[in-house]
Design a protein around this ligand. Structure first.
Ligand code: PEP
Ligand code: MG
Length: 574
């Protein structure tokens, strides 16, 4: 029987292949009674499984592929640490003896008790480690049950589609050695580790499918449409033929797009448009170069802080920034100061907010942690001696905050001068406009800053009052809401009037269906995920600025969704 599943597409493209299920060990744990005489043997079996998993993780840690995201090493170390913890490595042995049960059952009971404790932890960083604990235990369970390791990613056929409840970063490293066509998972969100890694692998992937692992059977034929977040299980011949065609078209299209890599990004009338890329980790620069982006418009530095216990010191940060700046070889690099808080929690903060998106986040957190902020500012300034660096501040909302930020930057410059360390004294400082209050009081920001960057993801979240991490309101996310369009157009116009460059670096910038609308509002700088640069460039090359500006103006006067969509269609025709 053919059926369709919907999830969140995290990496575009179409894959057609046979399902390979990663063993969901947790559900399949048998409960067996053993005798006193079997206890020692059962404990030995448990120890041997722990040993095998340790061996496998250590092996992975010492063979991290050079193209793996920089955070993999840290992930593996966390998993090794958990594996060595008494609660995992020793407690189940006592349970085997006390309860006279098999090793799998003891481990599963222990895991459930531990996970329950995690739910009660206030520290969000530690709470998040629940997933790591589960992944480590499932790996040991798989070793026990299958008498093999590595969550049964043994030797699937090339081109198969991996179906899992969740995947750990360690599992994903193995992907580099296998040629999966795609992977799909029940858990995860667009910002989960799995999603981040999926993008770096460049294969179509979907997360948050909820029931795929239960409903899909081994070897069933699947179609994965990563762009639309759709999985078709057991497609009929007609559907299959249609997707084969789409797949060919997609591949051909990618090849064609590559030809635009060195083409100058300009509209039909010759106006130059800057297409920059967003990155999360220094290792993403390769993709930026491959896409032919003209610079980095957003380096989300907070990713250096995630998934690790200690905070990076000034030197470690400096090295990361310098690496990016040097590899970009003279092209501009916009380094955003930490946007921690909300869904990206900083380890060690005691503060638990009832409403994290409205809480101590981004610049607010940095101003509340002056030493941490100074370390980062000094590191960014030091990197500015090695190329064209711009400093970008997230979530600004008031003059007071802006003044405090500028003072902090001045202080960091002074301290570097005192230490006789080189930096660019004229480093441009910009602000993200992503809070409606900032969008409606732009004078403050255009007067005091060198450039602005519109964070449409947050601007939409705060304007429409929809938590961007909450599935339940995801359908209300609407970049074409008249209020959103008024704000965006207003920011672009205010920037032009004040002679200050304005960019858009939220997801809207990477959506080719919105490129002309933004051009029509007067936008000349876009920053997006590297994978989208060439698709957006293609639209730019075919756009006539006068024409698109005219339709964009009409869209600004429209408040009815139907008319809005009709105008968008008109805008994108031809
Ligand atoms: C945004 O809010 O649009 C943005 C680019 O920043 P982030 O997605 O990191 O919040
Ligand atoms: Mg933002």
């Amino acid at each position: 029987m053919s059926f369709t599943l919907h999830g969140i597409g995290v990496s575009s493209g179409i894959a057609i292949g046979r399902a390979h299920l990663v063993t969901h060990a947790q559900l399949e744990v048998p409960h067996l009674e053993i005798t006193e005489a079997d206890v020692a043997q059962e404990q030995a079996r448990f120890e041997s499984a722990i040993g095998r998993v340790r061996g496998e993780l250590s092996q992975l840690a010492s063979h991290i592929p050079h193209n793996a995201p920089a955070e993999f090493g840290a992930f593996l170390n966390v998993h090794l640490m958990i594996l060595g913890d008494e609660m995992i490595a020793a407690a189940p042995k006592a349970m085997i003896a006390a309860q006279l049960c098999n090793a799998e059952w003891a481990l599963k009971q222990q895991m459930e008790a531990l996970l329950e404790q995690f739910d009660r932890i206030d520290d969000p960083y530690l709470r998040e480690r629940k997933t790591d604990v589960r992944q480590v235990v499932e790996r040991v369970l798989a070793a026990l049950i299958l008498d093999t390791t590595s969550a049964a990613i043994a030797s699937p056929e090339d081109g198969s589609i991996l179906v899992a409840r969740d995947l750990s970063p360690a599992d994903v490293i193995l992907f580099k050695q296998h040629r999966f066509a795609s992977f799909i998972t029940d858990l995860g969100g667009t910002t989960s580790h799995t999603a981040i890694v999926a993008r770096s692998l460049g294969i179509p992937s979907i997360v948050a499918l909820h029931h795929a692992r239960k409903l899909v059977r081994e070897d069933e034929l699947l179609i994965v449409d990563g762009g639309h977040g759709v999985v078709i299980v057991n497609p009929d011949e007609t559907t299959l033929a249609e997707y084969r065609l789409r797949q060919d078209e997609w591949d051909l299209d990618r090849q064609k797009l590559q030809r635009l890599k060195t083409t100058r990004a300009a509209t039909l009338d010759g106006t130059r448009i800057e297409l920059h890329a967003n990155i999360e980790l220094p290792g993403d620069v390769d993709q930026v170069r491959t896409a032919g982006a003209a610079g980095i418009g957003l380096f989300r530095t907070e990713f250096l802080y995630l998934n690790r216990r200690g905070l990076p010191d000034e030197d470690e940060q400096f090295e990361a920034y310098r690496k990016v700046v040097t590899e970009m070889d003279g092209l501009p690099v916009t380094i955003r100061t930490f946007d921690l808080g909300a869904d990206k929690e900083l380890h060690g903060t005691e503060r638990v907010s009832a409403n994290p998106a409205l809480g101590l986040r981004a610049i607010r957190l940095c101003l509340a942690e002056p030493q941490m902020f100074q370390r980062q500012l000094r590191a960014i300034l030091r990197a500015s001696a090695f190329g064209k660096v711009r400093l970008l501040v997230p979530m600004l909302s008031s003059l007071h905050e802006l003044n405090q930020t500028l003072q902090a930057i001045a202080e960091a410059k002074r301290s570097l001068e005192d230490d006789e360390i080189a930096f660019d004294p004229a480093i441009p400082v910009g602000g993200m406009i992503e809070i409606p209050a900032a969008a409606l009081s732009l004078g403050i920001f255009t007067r005091k800053l060198d450039f602005l960057s519109i964070g449409t993801n947050d601007l939409i979240q705060y304007t429409l009052a929809i938590d961007r991490t909450d599935d339940a309101v995801a359908h209300l996310y609407d970049p074409l809401h008249p209020a959103v369009l008024q704000l965006i157009a207003g920011i672009i116009q205010a920037g032009a009037k004040a002679g200050k460059p304005v960019a858009v670096c939220g997801e809207m910038a990477g959506d080719p269906t919105l490129t002309r609308l933004l051009l029509g509002f007067g936008l000349r700088q876009f920053s997006m995920h590297p994978a989208n640069v060439l698709s957006v460039k293609r639209v730019v090359l075919k756009s006539d600025l006068d024409e698109v500006a005219q339709i964009a103006r009409r869209m600004l006067r429209t408040d009815e969704p139907d008319k809005m969509y009709a105008l968008l269609e008109k805008l994108n025709a031809g």
